[in-house]
Design a protein around this ligand. Structure first.
Ligand SMILES: NC(=O)c1ccc[n+]([C@@H]2O[C@H](COP(=O)([O-])OP(=O)(O)OC[C@H]3O[C@@H](n4cnc5c(N)ncnc54)[C@H](O)[C@@H]3O)[C@@H](O)[C@H]2O)c1
Length: 270
């Protein structure tokens, strides 16, 4: 069987992990044919690291060479990538899901044109249960993100409300609202809120709480889903990536697991 030709946009932490998987565990099914980064040193460096001379100078070169595009750059790039992929009739895996929180139009267009779009679960668990629950009626989806004060410092919402997280002495809810409001007020939580919203009941109905305490040492995401099926809760405590503390280790692993599911004939889980 012919291998799937893959190209990666964004050669940072996640792009590098995916590229390494493409030339090792996924190499029987995937051929990595292009790497693009706005910072040419990153794509050239990654190309050298994985011993594959596939760095390209422009995104269009990547689109021409690839059947399967992997976006691991930034939110701003995600929408543009999906548009291009639809136009050129390729498949795509999107990591910067936050860039698509208000792009239901593009997702519907991809469905209509039978374009394959993959959104890994990223740094959370529970997307499998949410998908199953959505086959019937979902009443509510609530994300509670717990972070140490330094993990929230500088968020636009805190500045606007004059909240100094460093003066907080015990567990405090600093934000409660819709995922849409959370994304604007806490842009660093954008991917988790977005994948939940897009999979479930949308960004206006998905509820988000952000909690901090000087006692918290790790970032944790708790999800509660209530629907016809009953109630489920999940809790994920993330280890940050060694190279980029903003990105959880589980995010890159979930991308590799999604790619594996996309190319394998046997599939486990929903
Ligand atoms: N879905 C999730 O749960 C999840 C979790 C973590 C991170 N992410 C997202 O995945 C993306 C990648 O994360 P990362 O940790 O690898 O980030 P990173 O900063 O390590 O790497 C991003 C790379 O993209 C490149 N880049 C920036 N703008 C670009 C452009 N216009 N064209 C091409 N390349 C560009 C940068 O130079 C950098 O090398 C980010 O958007 C991040 O928010 C998603």
């Amino acid at each position: 069987m012919e291998k799937i030709k893959a190209g990666i946009i964004g050669c940072g932490v996640i792009g590098s992990e995916i590229a390494s998987a493409c030339v090792t565990v996924l190499s029987k099914k995937i051929e990595l044919v292009a790497l693009y980064d706005i910072d040419k040193q990153k794509s050239a460096g990654l190309s050298k690291l994985i011993k594959k001379d596939v760095a390209v100078d422009a995104p269009d070169e990547l689109y021409d060479k690839s059947d399967f595009v992997i976006e691991a750059a930034t939110g701003g790039v995600a929408r543009e990538t999906v548009k291009k992929v639809i136009e050129k009739r390729k498949s795509v895996l999107v990591m910067s899901v936050g860039g698509l929180i208000e792009s239901q139009d593009l997702i519907e267009e991809a469905k209509k044109k039978n374009i394959k779009l993959f959104f890994p679960s990223g740094a959370i668990c529970g997307i499998d249960g949410l998908k199953s629950a959505g086959v019937s009626k979902i009443e509510s989806v609530t994300l509670t993100t717990k972070k140490p004060p330094r993990g929230l410092a500088g968020a636009p919402y805190l500045k606007e409300k004059n909240i100094d997280v460093n003066s907080i002495k015990s567990e405090t809810v600093v934000f409660s609202g819709s995922a849409l409001e959370a994304v604007a007020g806490f842009p660093k939580n954008v991917n988790v809120s977005s994948i939940l919203s897009l999979t479930g009941i949308g960004a206006k109905k998905t509820k988000v709480k952000i909690v901090t305490s000087p006692e918290f040492k790790k970032n944790a995401h708790e999800i509660e889903i209530i629907g016809d099926f009953g109630r489920m809760t999940t809790r994920t405590e993330n280890v940050p990536s060694e190279k980029n503390p903003k990105t959880s280790k589980l995010a890159a692993l979930s991308a590799i697991a999604t790619l594996t599911a996309a190319v394998e004939s046997v599939r486990f889980g929903t």
